[in-house]
Design a protein around this ligand. Structure first.
Ligand code: FEO
Length: 169
């Protein structure tokens, strides 16, 4: 049976993953109406990945005898300054999620819940990959510059990243 403290910490992370999914969905929608079709496809897919992260946690909590409970969430922003601004916000958000996962790991470890610590290894690895993907995209922005041609090219690249298995994980 999972300890209450660990269960609560996992439930908080379920909210964060659900919120991440909503944030990226809102960003995808903004990209779509602004004509950045590649970025939109990439972010719709990324939103789905976050939902999968949420579902994986829900099933884990329930499987260990706890109860995964969804909480009310704030509405995400729907307007952004620029495509660059969208991806800057994503990296910042992912850095926040990484620190939340690390704190969650600490809670499980301090409670001597080594099964949950082991389960969370997957998320730790996932965060390393996500931060690397978004840092890479921001590097491409720096190379592309802010003129139309550069952004068009970048949008195409995001489209092909969305089509690759596991991209934007
Ligand atoms: Fe589920 Fe992007 O972290």
């Amino acid at each position: 049976m999972i300890k209450k403290k660990v269960e609560e910490a996992l439930n908080d992370q379920i909210s964060r993953e659900e919120q991440s999914s909503r944030i990226y969905m809102a960003m995808a929608s903004w990209c779509e109406v602004k004509g950045f079709q590649g970025a939109a496809q990439f972010l719709y897919k990324h939103s789905d990945e976050e939902r999968m992260h949420m579902t994986k946690l829900i099933k884990y909590v329930n499987d260990k005898g706890g109860h995964a409970v969804l909480k009310p969430l704030e509405g995400p922003d729907s307007k952004f300054e620029s495509l660059l601004n969208v991806f800057e916000q994503i990296l910042k958000h992912e850095e926040y999620i990484t620190s939340a996962i690390n704190s969650l790991y600490e809670v499980a470890f301090d409670e001597k819940d080594y099964t949950t610590s082991q389960f969370l290894q997957w998320y730790i690895q996932e965060q390393i990959e996500e931060e690397s993907v978004f840092k890479g995209i921001l590097d491409k922005f720096r190379l592309a510059g802010n003129e139309k041609g550069g952004l068009f090219h970048l949008d195409k690249e995001l489209e092909s990243m969305a089509g690759m298995a596991g991209a934007g994980a």
